[in-house]
Design a binder for this molecule. Structure first.
Ligand code: 8YV
Length: 329
């Protein structure tokens, strides 16, 4: 039996616990439904070698300093904006994440939001709930169609590529994108065109954000940016809520700078139930369900456990965010 103790911050799909048990790995698990606090996390991880982290617990310098036995953090997410990676590297702790396995499910969520916004589906549904299913006049609460429109992707990586494939296949959309680096796969497969950020704003009928949250992207989509978009455009964000400025988004929608918005991520999360976005006609908001399918969560958990097993067996980690840490150990 391994002497490495794993701490898991939440309930996880059964397959994860089975794989750990099969590998004779001892774990303890946060038993409560509520999110663990920072202090509770430190108290629990202090004696552990490995942290299996679910969700957005802040893993900062103070945390790494307080957990001297820690040898690995295995994240159950592709995003790692909640981790101070340079502090982890300084404390020689490798961080692994779960890229790839959640791309299709997250792109499905972006596609779902796009379609829901384009037909004002959530708003129409709420009208039924409020007993307001009235006889329609032909000009009432109309949606817009997506056929042959232009999809702009901000941050065309794995998830963006899946979204582009869906939109091309379903609606023959033209694909444009803005990235630091060119995505040749998307250019070859989908005729995707790299454009400047300004052109992305000007030309997109639907602009879908798939970038990471970083110093460069934090608050990037503000009123000034929204006002450069088409007044008929739909803004979709399934990456991180802090990439857009929520107050500015509300104002841009109210002022008609853009037509609609679909969000799977908000800032803060959870979104307050009285947020004006929730009452707007061409807005759809979901509670961060990008990767929330049985299949994807199972694959994420398997990958997270494989990284743990690799660490225990002194093998190469499958998905290490800070591989430079290996040279330090
Ligand atoms: C995670 C996510 O499922 O992977 C990410 O970065 O945002 C979600 O898909 C969520 O953070 C739970 O760990």
């Amino acid at each position: 039996m391994s002497e490495k103790l794993v701490f898991i911050t939440s309930r996880i799909p059964k397959i994860g616990l089975e794989l750990l048990t099969e590998a004779n790995i001892v774990y303890k698990q946060w038993p409560y439904e509520r999110k663990i606090t920072k202090q509770e996390l430190i108290e629990n991880v202090r004696d552990c070698s490995i942290l299996f982290n679910v969700g957005s617990n802040q893993l900062d310098k103070e945390f790494f300093k307080a957990c001297p036995k820690l040898e690995l953090v295995s994240l159950l997410s592709v995003g790692y904006d909640h981790v101070d990676v340079s502090a982890a590297t300084q404390y020689r702790i490798p961080i692994t994440n779960t890229p790839g396995v959640l791309s299709k499910a997250t792109a499905d969520t972006a596609f779902l939001l796009m379609l829901a916004v384009s037909r004002k589906a959530f708003y129409q549904h709420k009208k039924i709930l409020k007993g307001k299913w009235q006889k329609k006049i032909p000009t009432d609460i109309l949606g817009i169609e997506l056929h042959n429109k232009t999809l702009g992707i901000f941050g065309l990586g794995r998830i963006g590529l899946e979204m582009a494939k869906l939109c091309k296949g379903a609606y023959n959309m033209e694909i444009i994108y803005h990235n630091r680096n060119r995505n040749e796969e998307a250019e070859d497969m989908l005729n995707a065109r790299w454009v400047s950020f300004e052109d992305l704003l000007k030309q997109s009928d639907v602009l879908s954000v798939h970038s990471q949250l970083s110093e460069e992207t934090k608050g990037l989509f503000d009123y000034r940016v929204f006002s450069q978009m088409k007044d008929s455009a739909i803004f979709i964000n399934t990456s991180r809520g802090a990439v857009h400025n929520e107050e500015d988004l509300i104002k841009a929608l109210e002022d008609g700078q853009i037509w609609g918005a679909g969000l799977d991520v908000t800032n803060p999360e959870p979104m307050a139930p009285d947020n004006p976005l929730l009452e707007m006609e061409s807005v759809a908001v979901l509670p961060h369900i990008g990767s929330a399918t049985v299949e994807t969560r199972n694959e994420m958990v398997k990958l997270a456990v494989q990284n743990i097993i690799a660490k225990i067996n002194n093998e190469s980690l499958l998905t290490c965010i800070n591989p430079e840490v290996m040279e330090l150990t």
